[in-house]
Design a protein around this ligand. Structure first.
Ligand code: NAD
Length: 271
């Protein structure tokens, strides 16, 4: 773990990008780059003034290649297409990357794995400590219940979210499916409509709610005959994700080239 990682942020103009500028500042680390999409009206502004924390003396730019030499690690919360470009730029510059973007296709996930053979990559669909603790609890519940219950996952997010179900809901589904010896791709059921027939116990159901300003809520239900366990996580602001990503950035600098997740960063894998 680096004591003073020089952190660059890409997608700096977005909801999470702005939070990340504040989180880096709060952690006391030097903000080394703030990169927005080309053509953005934010180019040339001061990164600190952009988020109301006062002048940082760092100008917002649209080209990571020009500023990456100042960075030890990049944090990326943007879009899957932009992340694909930033993976290439980080690999060419031999700089670690922490990825929070969600909604990747299978080829995009493979590109990430290939890049992680050359540089350290942290990828987590959710950087909050609470969600990662919840994953641990889900694994425990799945192991204890086995095939004796039906598993359903309900998630809710704000009206601007573009992918569904959320990356976090899928991560929770993967964690449960893996403990139950199932392949999520084969057993996932996304929403239900019409004459569905009786429920197959092997399936894992996903339901999605979108509306207003909900930051992110996930509930996994283990539903048996006569009892039900629900494991819920509710995020009430985005700082949890931003602070977790900054923690991951400080952790990954100097690590061997490999793909890591937040369970690795928090040391939860060993528990
Ligand atoms: P947002 O739309 O507010 O921000 C995305 C930003 O990326 C926009 O400002 C857009 O202009 C910018 N962008 C697009 N192409 C770019 C490029 N080539 N270079 C630089 N910037 C570019 O969205 P958001 O709510 O901030 O979320 C961003 C992503 O992070 C989403 O995929 C979301 O699901 C994910 N997310 C992950 C976590 C987590 O903990 N992993 C938490 C919250 C959100």
């Amino acid at each position: 773990m680096s004591a003073h990682p020089r952190i660059g942020i890409v997608g700096a103009g977005g909801r999470m990008g702005r939070m990340l500028i504040q989180a880096v500042h709060q952690a006391g680390y030097p903000l080394a780059a703030a990169v927005v999409r080309s053509g953005s009206s934010l180019i040339g502004t001061d990164a600190g003034e952009l988020v109301g924390i006062g002048r940082l003396g760092l100008t917002v730019v649209d080209d990571l290649t020009k500023v990456i030499a100042n960075c030890d690690v990049i944090i990326d919360f943007s879009t899957p297409e932009a992340t694909a470009q930033y993976l290439n730029i980080c690999q060419a510059a031999n700089v670690a990357i922490v990825i929070g973007t969600t909604g990747f296709s299978e080829p995009q996930k493979q590109q990430m794995q290939q890049t992680a053979q050359h540089i350290p990559v942290v990828y987590a669909a959710n950087y909050s400590v609470g969600v990662n603790v919840s994953i641990k609890l889900l694994q425990l519940a799945a192991q204890a219940f086995g095939d004796s219950v039906d598993v359903e996952i309900v998630e809710a997010h704000h009206r601007h979210k573009v992918d569904a179900p959320s990356g976090t809901a899928l991560m929770m589904g993967e964690a449960v499916a893996e403990r139950l010896g199932r392949d999520l791709k084969e057993v996932a059921v996304y929403g239900r409509e019409g004459h569905t027939g009786p429920r197959d116990r092997q399936t894992i159901g996903f339901e999605t709610i979108r509306g207003g300003d909900i930051v992110g809520e996930h509930t996994v239900m283990f539903i048996g005959d006569g009892e039900r366990v629900e494991i819920s996580h509710k995020a009430s602001n985005r700082m949890n994700f931003a602070a977790g990503a900054v923690r991951a950035a400080a952790w990954v600098v100097g690590k061997p080239a490999q793909q890591y997740d937040m369970q690795d960063v928090l040391g939860l894998e060993q528990l």
